[in-house]
Design a protein around this ligand. Sequence first.
Ligand SMILES: NC(=O)c1ccc[n+]([C@@H]2O[C@H](COP(=O)([O-])OP(=O)(O)OC[C@H]3O[C@@H](n4cnc5c(N)ncnc54)[C@H](OP(=O)(O)O)[C@@H]3O)[C@@H](O)[C@H]2O)c1
Length: 235
Amino acid sequence: MTPGTALLVGGSSEIGMAVLVRLLGPVPRRVILAGRPSSELWWNAEKLRDAGYSVSTTQYDAGLDADELDGMLEHACAEDRLELAIVAVGSMASKSFADGVVVNGLAVSVLLRALVHRKPAQIVVLSSAAAVRPRQSIAAYSLGKQLADSAAVLLARETAGTGVRVLVVRPGFVTTRMTADLPKPPLATSPERVAGRVAAAVEARKTIVWVPGVMGLVVRAVDLVPRRLLPETWR
Ligand SMILES: NC(=O)c1ccc[n+]([C@@H]2O[C@H](COP(=O)([O-])OP(=O)(O)OC[C@H]3O[C@@H](n4cnc5c(N)ncnc54)[C@H](OP(=O)(O)O)[C@@H]3O)[C@@H](O)[C@H]2O)c1
């Protein structure tokens, strides 16, 4: 990947940070972490500075409207063109059903469109297996992910051949703070494994990548099983 600004939206995300580190390439390079102020965000910024990158942070909240988003991106990319954008925003602990759909879905969809206008060479979107097989126990999250995933797939088609590539990442269970309180299922994976699969998919110019690779088949197979035979959390 050639130099240019790299942006991680969801700058405190564990998976987002692993993917960013994997795709960044050598220093010097300008990196922007966008997110709500938190110790995790500052920690990630410090880690990248220690590695020699030129890092700044900017505020991103899922409540930003389209104009505010444009303003944030305009300011963030004022010094250099945007080359790489990673979107790792997501929450399974939203205040309400509506908030869950907005944070995981609507806000990400609007953000993706704003990012495409900046013409980065690569956009990476953290979707989820739940976008393809929604689950009752995480209904708002699943619906939001379905919306964001569809928005990303449509943008990938729309931008084909324009120099902007969109990669949709569909992990199953990844061990991060988001899933810390949940029982670890079979096929659970790590942020570093997600990052490895993403790097290979970017290299291969793919539009969709499942993590682990077998997850796409598993999701479709589980869909064939009568719901009453599935454990509660899989329905
Ligand atoms: N962990 C998994 O099993 C798994 C599986 C499939 C897909 N994913 C997806 O992978 C991405 C990264 O997840 P992760 O596991 O790395 O979890 P994480 O560390 O909790 O990252 C989630 C990110 O979303 C941000 N976020 C949440 N609500 C927000 C809001 N209202 N406004 C702005 N930012 C908000 C968080 O910021 P704050 O620190 O400010 O909350 C954080 O940066 C997410 O899109 C997630 O849905 C995760």
